[in-house]
Design a protein around this ligand. Structure first.
Ligand code: GLA
Length: 361
């Protein structure tokens, strides 16, 4: 394990941090030009930068205890370094000269739990570059570059939600995002409520191939319906003529958008919880991105005292569940749900709320 001071031989020249995200409502809607409501995680990734004096990039991930180096005009090997390199190259494409750098990344975001540690790494890297090199870039543009770094350099075909959330969300609000226009606004969490997030302990297997399959199904459904994107449908009745499974896939997206819009119009915490339950059922039955463990974890959460609704969060096929519960109920609800879930020889764990000791706001 390399320390920050050891890596830089002193203090870094610049550093920045960025959070992960938990999406409350609006799943698999971003690449359909739709709506979503993520919240920033208390966990974050920190990126520190300093000059490299020999024309080589040196990247170190404290999370993975991995080092990578490559010539300034060369390219990074696949893995964590490709996310950082992607950010550097895209900043260069914006006309900013980036010197060879030493980059130190550390994080308390769990990798593979579906809290978007990759978006946090990209956004923290871009923020640190902005701070070191002094170029102007607003937070929406920064999110767009972060998304492009993931698509073009890490080769994962994601939507814009995670990077928008990491760049613009905070812990006290939900960030309403319109993925078509990137219009966004911070909204208060439902009154007298708080969040619980539990990791199922199941890594997201199959996620990439199934994600691409779902995207292709949505594109095909939009094409058959003659709309630019499923966001333009609005009424689930318009889907009747689609063949299966496209009809169910499209029904999830159209109804999920309606759930977000209902929540944004203003609902109480009970209704918000019911919308989350409905979202989970739709992701399980219509979109088919859940797995047995996520269904069990969401059910365990729903059965815990004070919980108003629960659903898988993120792309699915493993990762985490989020629940909305009454204010003050989160620690006990998390412990209760986890005891039930882990009785089945599972390795679930609490991601939010953090204990006071872990919480480095
Ligand atoms: C992943 C992608 C996001 C979004 C979600 C599903 O997190 O990175 O763009 O599509 O899945 O809502």
């Amino acid at each position: 394990m390399v320390t920050l001071a050891g890596f830089f031989g002193g203090a870094p020249a610049a550093h920045a941090r960025a959070p992960g995200r938990v999406n409350l409502l609006g799943e698999h809607t971003d690449y359909n030009d739709g709506f979503m409501l993520p919240v920033a995680t208390p966990q974050h990734t920190e990126v520190a930068l300093g000059p490299s004096n020999d024309g080589y990039f040196y990247f170190y991930s404290a999370t993975l205890d991995q080092s990578v180096s490559f010539a300034q005009r060369g390219s990074a090997p696949p893995g964590f370094a490709s996310y950082i390199e992607g950010c550097i190259r895209l900043v260069e494409q914006e006309g900013v000269a980036v010197p060879a750098l030493r980059v130190y990344a550390s994080s308390n975001l769990p990798v593979g739990a579906g809290l978007s540690s990759s978006a946090a790494l990209e956004v923290a890297t871009l923020r640190a570059l902005r701070s070191l090199l002094g170029f102007e870039m607003d937070d929406v543009k920064l999110a767009r570059l972060a998304q492009r770094a993931e698509i073009e350099f890490a080769k994962v075909n994601v939507g814009i939600m995670d990077q928008m959330a990491s760049s613009l969300a905070d812990r006290e609000h939900m960030l309403f995002i319109d993925a078509r226009t990137l219009a966004h606004r911070l909204l208060p969490l439902p009154a007298a409520s708080e969040l619980v997030v539990l990791d199922s302990g199941v890594p997201r297997r199959l996620a990439a191939s199934k994600y691409n399959e779902r995207r292709a199904e949505c594109d095909e459904a939009a094409r058959l319906l003659g709309v630019k994107a499923l966001r333009d449908v609005g009424d689930p009745a318009a889907l009747a003529a689609l063949p299966e499974p496209l009809r169910r896939r499209a029904r999830h997206v159209v109804c999920e958008d309606l759930r977000v819009l209902e929540a944004v119009a203003g609902v109480d915490a009970e209704r918000f919880g019911a919308l989350m339950d409905a979202s989970h059922a739709s992701l399980r039955d219509d979109y088919e991105v859940s797995i047995r463990e996520l269904d069990e974890l969401a059910a365990s959460l729903r059965a815990a005292p004070g919980v108003l609704g629960a659903r898988l969060t993120g792309a699915g096929f493993g990762g985490a569940c989020v629940a909305l519960c009454r204010a003050g109920a989160a620690p006990a609800a998390a412990a209760d749900a986890l005891a039930r879930y882990n009785a089945g020889a599972r390795k679930g764990r609490v991601l939010i709320p953090l204990t006071d000791k872990e919480d480095t706001r």
